[in-house]
Design a binder for this molecule. Structure first.
Ligand SMILES: [Mg+2]
Length: 122
């Protein structure tokens, strides 16, 4: 059974490093090769748009159409994540290292910013 099929049938934990490997295996076996970075950027924008559509209709002011009923928030978030992982893989970004460094940067930069934001306090 292919690894991705096993994952679809389970809720096993998946580290970012494992996710990058799993997506790479999928690309090599099912996807043939990565789309170019610019194509994946366009796909990322498209997928973010699909996510925005669901959020706008769920939490925003727009009503849903009948055709929106099959949209799935988890699936659309996964679509966005998948393309981001593809972009990380094909540009040599280690997402584990990147998110640790990014959170460290934000922690220092925003140490008091949000706590002192009156808009965040009821
Ligand atoms: Mg989608």
């Amino acid at each position: 059974m292919p690894e991705t099929t096993q994952l679809a049938q389970s809720s096993q934990e998946l580290t970012l490093r494992e996710l990058q490997g799993t997506v790479d295996n999928w690309i090599q076996s099912v996807g043939v090769r990565y789309f170019s970075e610019l194509t994946n950027l366009a796909i990322l924008v498209e997928e973010v748009g699909e996510l925005a559509r669901i959020l706008a209709r769920t939490f925003g002011d727009q009503s849903s159409k009948k055709t929106d009923t099959t949209d799935s928030l988890p699936d659309e978030i996964a679509d966005v994540l998948f393309v981001l992982v593809c972009l990380a893989n094909q540009t040599g970004v280690d997402l584990t290292q990147a998110i640790h460094e990014n959170l460290a940067k934000k922690t220092i930069r925003d140490a008091d910013r949000h706590r002192n934001n009156p808009k965040l306090h009821p």
